[in-house]
Write a protein that binds this ligand. Structure first.
Ligand code: C5P
Length: 222
């Protein structure tokens, strides 16, 4: 099989990572959760009390750590150096700050280079905000997942409950709206649907239905 690249973008909590994981498993290819990379850096800046507005200070933090996404049977694990931060990066403090960190152009430049490197010699399904538009503009398949804010908050609420992460539905709705606004209006590679991406509204679809639809779109490339 030639290398295939699948880009899955969309707003917060639209189901991107769950669907991307299923696709990676079905196709036996690598899953790259780019949001986890920005979350890991955010976690580290919070540990170090770095001012999120100070791009230079944020870059100093980024330059001294190694962020690693490791493929495990039970999904992807995220490491900062040797520390497993897979669960810690999903907590509300990280979620609340990540868009401020991810807006910095120098941060994005370094993250994007690492993401492109991962896709260079591997078949990948990569999810994020700027994959189809910026990271992998030549991706074979580009999907833009959307769903209503209410539905996205409900899904995130259930997911957080399962993981034991504190959650309140109304707060989640507000947080999702705020993050979408920040991610869509930043100057450096904002959240945008690539011109050639296929938009899928998942509001009334199950995860399995979304996965099947995307696999169907991928069929000519596999
Ligand atoms: O996908 P997830 O919700 O975990 O992403 C967390 C945050 O990371 C997003 O809200 C966004 O600010 C940032 N992000 C980004 N570009 C990506 C992936 C995530 O700016 N490709």
């Amino acid at each position: 099989m030639e290398c295939i690249s699948i880009a899955i973008d969309g707003p917060a909590a639209a189901g991107k990572s769950t669907v991307a994981k299923q696709i990676a498993k079905k196709l036996g290819i690598i899953y790259v959760d780019t949001g986890a990379m920005y979350r890991a850096l955010t976690y580290q800046t919070l540990q170090e009390n770095t001012n999120p507005e100070d791009e230079k200070a944020v870059m100093e933090t980024l330059n001294k750590i190694d962020i690693r996404l490791a493929q495990h049977e039970d999904g992807q694990r995220v490491y900062i150096n040797e520390q497993d931060v897979t669960e810690a990066i999903r907590y509300p403090d990280v979620t609340a700050s990540v868009s401020e960190i991810a807006k910095h152009p120098l941060v994005r430049k370094k993250m994007v280079a690492a993401q492109q490197e991962l896709a260079k010699d591997n078949s990948v399904v990569m999810d994020g905000r700027d994959i189809g538009s910026h990271v992998l503009p030549g991706a074979d398949v580009k999907i833009f997942l959307i769903a209503s804010v209410a539905e996205r908050a409900k899904r995130r609420f259930e997911e957080n409950n399962q993981k034991g992460i504190p959650a309140d539905l109304h707060t989640l709705e507000k947080e999702i709206e705020r993050r979408d606004e920040l991610d869509s209006t930043r100057e450096a590679s904002p959240l945008v649907k690539a011109e050639d991406a296929i938009e899928l509204d998942t509001t009334s679809l199950s995860i399995n239905e979304v996965t099947e639809k995307i696999l169907e779109i991928c069929r000519p490339f596999i």
